[in-house]
Design a protein around this ligand. Structure first.
Ligand code: GSH
Length: 231
């Protein structure tokens, strides 16, 4: 049965949605290689109208669909129990829910505040007017985010200290091997990487080493994905 992932479109083949990357990595972890990826534009969500909501990713597995990256991970875990586990048990799944919330409420918003302009640059030309209007309602003028990135970086990097401390003691959030908790947090760094702001993590940071290990997973699946060209 074919699995289809509806994901957010970007410029050319650049896909930068942190939520969609979590789902793609969850599928890879479960050993799926032949799923279909369907880009959906910001301004036209009609391809996911069947899901009665507007957020991406949406996963379709045969005649079943699921939206929300967390629910998708839980669906894959429960529907395919004989494939490699994403969580490693119910208790670890419950703890991963906390990481999901931390990422959503602390890690992601802090990063968006730094790279909003860079994200705008990764939005396809046909979607830019829509994106500007929508984001300016929430964040104010996006031009204001072209400057002042350096001053915001320090506090954001500091907020990642619990992640750094954990990764000094173990190679992955999952312990000795990567788990869905790693993909949740890594998705946000992928967002930075694909909009050409991988430099938000310093080269000597243990978080960077962990990202490098994850970039190599599944035959370099994320390492080989297109990055927005500088300019
Ligand atoms: N809680 C949802 C959040 C999904 C979400 O916000 N997706 C973004 C893509 S990164 C989206 O649909 N954005 C559309 C928009 O910004 O208008 C999940 O985990 O899947």
């Amino acid at each position: 049965m074919t699995i289809t992932v509806y994901e957010l479109d970007g410029i050319g083949d650049v896909r930068f949605s942190p939520f969609c990357w979590r789902t793609l990595l969850a599928l890879k972890h479960k050993g799926f290689d032949d799923f279909e990826r369907v880009p959906v534009s910001f301004r036209d969500r009609s391809p996911i109208a069947f899901s009665n909501q507007e957020r991406i990713p949406v996963l379709v597995d045969g005649d079943h669909w699921v939206n929300d990256s967390w629910d998708i991970a839980c669906y894959l875990e429960d529907a395919y129990p004989d494939r490699p586990s994403l969580f490693g048990g119910d208790m670890a799944r419950a703890e991963a829910r906390f990481i999901n919330a931390w990422t959503q409420q602390i890690q992601n918003p802090g990063l968006i505040n730094i790279i909003l302009w860079d994200a705008f640059m990764a939005v396809g030309p046909a979607d830019r007017d829509w994106w500007r209007e929508d984001r300016e309602k929430r964040f104010g003028k996006i031009e204001a985010y072209r400057q002042g990135k350096e001053e915001k970086l320090g506090p954001w990097r500091q907020s990642l200290e619990p992640l750094r401390t954990t990764l000094r003691a173990q190679p992955y959030l999952g312990g000795e091997a990567p788990a869905y908790a790693d993909y949740i947090v890594f998705g946000t760094f992928l967002f930075a990487r694909f909009v050409n702001r991988y430099d938000v993590i310093e080269p000597a940071d243990p978080i960077r080493d962990w990202c490098e290990r994850l970039l190599d997973l599944f035959g370099g699946y994320t390492r080989s994905a297109p990055i927005l060209e500088a300019g």
